[in-house]
Design a protein around this ligand. Sequence first.
Ligand SMILES: [Zn+2]
Length: 175
Amino acid sequence: MTDSMPENVEIRRSRRRRKTISGRIEKGRVIVMVPAGLSRRAEQKAVDGMLEKLRKQHRRKNARAHMSDAELAQYVKKIDRKYCGGKAQPQHVEWSQDARTRWGSCTLQSRTIRLHPRLATMPRYVMDYVIVHELCHLTTPGGHTDEFWAAVNAFPKVERARGYLEAAATYELKN
Ligand SMILES: [Zn+2]
């Protein structure tokens, strides 16, 4: 992943679009979709706004992707305080490419949490969900019990995050 957003911007004008503007980064270029028939000035303004939004998103993503293990540990502590009342208290946190660990893993004896680096490129709520899941293994030991799931399900975007990860796993298996 590169640090700066691609320079190449493609504007797609759609007649079916009335008001909505959207944008995404795809294969080394930025695609901005705008309604057809806007004045040149209105279109320029809409595109600039979208580029600024995408630039911010891109920066945030990169900041996470470049986190060291120590920074990741700090981040996980923050999530612990925010969602688990600071009770999980992991001792070691690290990125791990180990395929067997899937998106995340937790070792109870050493209170170690390992996270897959791919998470850093996913939306923040998805990464946070995986962290909450692993933290709940520390606060609610005993595996995937009802009590464990009750703790995990208190996280706000649980269903969305699970859907995202399922799609990502399917995609990765196929590719
Ligand atoms: Zn688990």
